[in-house]
Design a protein around this ligand. Structure first.
Ligand SMILES: Cc1cc2nc3c(=O)[nH]c(=O)nc-3n(C[C@H](O)[C@H](O)[C@H](O)COP(=O)(O)OP(=O)(O)OC[C@H]3O[C@@H](n4cnc5c(N)ncnc54)[C@H](O)[C@@H]3O)c2cc1C
Length: 440
């Protein structure tokens, strides 16, 4: 049996999960005793649930089960910043071809439409709003990131507006940024509420096992998936465990586990909102620098701050590191909103990005009747949704230009083994974070 050593844990106070309107609804049950399924999916994030949903549509007569270590919404899918990004993510100014950019855009649009349709079908309240997105710079040196982005937007004929400091201040309620680009297609939501809603809807048709970390797998004609006190036998497995994928031994030296951290306030008091955020629509912004800070002003008047990158091969964050992240979040928050200095964060948490060197994902048949997807980098809500969907299509033998494109662009580069991996990753992150300057 291949035993799985590192398991997901709850890394801090998970703000989106704890404030999700559907947090009290029970998703799934623990995997105990002897269970069976035709297809088992490990990992109930956006990727695993998208695969499960499409497999259920394509194989209505097969039994499908999803196994999740935590509660649904406690994994990284419920810990992210809640952007469903429509545009190819090119802050690092990697030159894609026009065809590549347009195909990525079409796939992101597909994922947004698919999630929107599921949200309506399952009546999910996740504070979904079509807010667009700001990409912003505080420092002169980081304006270059905006110029690169604008060049691509222009070349590909995507809609956008370039905004100066006072235009940004009017829309954001802070005059911290000197320059920015608004693009209209991005969606913002509470990611824990959305991913839980998807699982709550799906569990009418498939078995969902929660609080069931997979501690070992016997791969064979019929695979055996072991949890404490349970075993699930399945002919086919789809592994969507993100940064934990290498634990199974079937993905090797492709994924760098990188923690990033978020903090969320309670809803701001009415008097603060009317004084400082009167007529300000909810918004979300990302930085023109890849290591810069993400900020949101949510429909229920909370502020989210996300920053800090930490290479962490143990895949578990400590309270000490979360305390440091909180200190940086406070500094970033007060710099942007000095008038909110007396407002505390109620929640601070960490989540793991599964980073690949060339931003390609792993999307492949890993062994006989074992399929794997991981390495969604920082854009997994849309990417995981379309990769999960098209993995199901591939398993069913369906051909399409979209699947062909995904197969052609899913060749994650090999990451050097330890100790070079840790040394290289830490050095790179340190350099990036200090280069971001006041955009952190
Ligand atoms: C703070 C933060 C902000 C981010 N912001 C954004 C954003 O705004 N937009 C965006 O698109 N992306 C964002 N990301 C990235 C995004 O969250 C990920 O790309 C996405 O969650 C990947 O989805 P997934 O389903 O592939 O993996 P995950 O969401 O990690 O799901 C994998 C699941 O597998 C489970 N699992 C792992 N091992 C086992 C095991 N042994 N047994 C059982 N279950 C197991 C885990 O518990 C987990 O729930 C952010 C990430 C972080 C950390």
């Amino acid at each position: 049996m291949k035993s799985i050593k590192r398991l997901p844990q709850v890394d801090g106070e998970l703000g989106w999960y704890l404030t999700a309107p559907n947090v009290d609804r029970k998703v799934g049950r623990a995997l105990k005793g002897e269970q069976q399924a035709d297809i088992a999916i490990i990992g109930a994030g956006f990727t695993g649930l998208a695969a499960a949903e499409r497999l259920q549509e394509l194989y209505p007569d097969k039994t499908i089960a999803v196994v999740e270590a935590l509660d649904v919404g406690q994994g990284t899918s419920g810990r992210n910043a809640g952007f469903i990004i429509d545009l190819p993510h090119n802050v690092d100014a990697k030159e894609n071809s026009a065809a590549e950019d347009m195909q990525l855009y079409a796939l992101n649009q597909f994922a947004i439409a698919r999630l929107f349709e599921r949200m309506q079908t399952y009546s999910i309240n996740c504070l979904w709003h079509h807010a667009g997105k700001y990409m912003v710079a505080r420092e002169d040196k980081n304006v270059k990131g905006l110029d690169d982005f604008e060049r691509t937007l222009k070349k590909r004929d995507f809609a956008y507006q370039r905004l100066n400091r006072s235009e940004l201040a009017q829309r954001l309620g802070t005059d911290y940024y000197q320059d920015g680009i608004f693009t209209p297609g991005n969606i913002l939501m509470n990611p824990a509420a959305l991913v839980r809603g998807l699982a709550l809807g799906l569990q009418k048709h498939i078995d969902v096992y929660t609080h069931s970390p997979v501690i070992g797998i016997d791969y064979g004609d019929v695979h055996q998936i072991h949890t404490v006190g349970g075993v699930l036998r399945a002919k086919t497995i789809v592994q969507t465990m993100s940064s934990f994928s290498e634990e199974t031994g079937l993905v090797k030296n492709k994924i760098a586990p990188v923690f990033t951290y978020g903090s969320l306030t309670d809803p701001l008091p009415d008097n603060i909102v009317s004084q400082y955020f009167q007529n300000i629509e909810p918004w979300g912004l990302t930085s023109a620098h890849p290591a810069g800070t993400t900020v949101r002003f949510t429909p229920d008047k909370r502020i989210l701050v996300r920053n800090i990158l930490e290479f962490n091969p143990n895949q578990a964050s400590t309270a000490e590191v979360r305390q440091k992240a909180w200190q940086q979040h406070r500094a970033s928050f007060v710099a942007r909103f000095p008038f909110l200095e007396h407002i505390d964060f109620q929640y601070t948490w960490g989540g793991l990005l599964a980073v690949t060197l060339n931003h390609n994902s792993v999307f492949e048949k890993l062994a006989d009747n074992v399929y794997g997807i991981c390495g969604c980098n920082g854009v997994g809500v849309a990417k995981g949704t379309y990769l999960g969907y098209y993995m199901a299509e591939m398993m069913h033998g369906n051909h399409s230009a979209e699947l062909e494109f995904i197969l052609q662009t899913s060749h994650a580069n090999r990451i050097p083994p330890e100790p070079f991996r840790s040394i290289g990753a830490r050095h790179q992150i340190k350099r990036e974070q200090s280069a971001a300057g006041m955009d952190i």
